[in-house]
Design a protein around this ligand. Structure first.
Ligand SMILES: [Fe+2]
Length: 185
């Protein structure tokens, strides 16, 4: 939710997360959540203005297309299975993971539709329909609720349960996903 101030641009979590933070993968995820919340505020602004500011539309579109799927994969492919293995029954994490997994499926389905609608807008091919703007707003609302659970429950338990070896594995797979290992200086 906007706090009565326009979301900022670069330098206020409206730029991709510093990849050097991947040395600490859970800290990277926390930063990624912060950025995602900022993008959700920008989404509200874009939807309220029917996308008149194409710079903002591009920002949202690039995030949805290029970054959002990565953070889904970080959790669904890497973190959730690790949590299934490492958490204790007393953590009562299973139902939480099931819910988060289900959320991811719905969010990815919506993300694909929204990315296509915004790409069409930017290409001058088609204006999003009112139901597309409404879907954008409901997506941001859903993501905010989802992030509350991940920040308040998932990440604290992950910090408590994952070993140094787990974190190193998480770091490596997240780096590979972002192709850091293929960067040639
Ligand atoms: Fe998530």
């Amino acid at each position: 939710m906007s706090k009565g101030k326009s979301p900022g641009r670069r330098g206020e979590c409206l730029k991709p997360i510093d990849l050097s933070l991947l040395d600490s993968p859970l800290d990277f995820m926390a930063e990624d959540h912060l950025r995602t919340r900022k993008i959700c505020a920008l989404i509200d602004q874009v939807a309220a203005s029917n996308g008149t500011d194409h710079t903002d539309v591009k920002e949202v579109m690039f995030f949805l297309r290029d970054e959002f799927p990565l953070q889904m994969q970080d959790k669904t492919i890497d973190l959730f299975p690790m949590m299934h293995t490492r958490c204790k029954v007393s953590d009562e994490i299973e139902s939480i993971l099931d819910r988060l997994q289900s959320d991811h499926g719905k969010e990815l389905e919506t993300q694909a539709k929204l990315t296509a609608a915004l790409e069409n807008l930017l290409a001058g091919q088609a204006e999003p329909r009112p139901k597309d703007w409404a879907l954008l707003v409901s997506f941001a609302k859903h993501v905010r609720r989802h992030l509350i659970v991940e920040n308040a429950i998932l990440l604290p338990i992950a910090r408590a349960r994952l070993s140094a070896s787990d974190l190193a594995q998480l770091r490596d797979t997240m780096q590979q996903r972002r192709q850091l290992n293929k960067v040639v200086e």
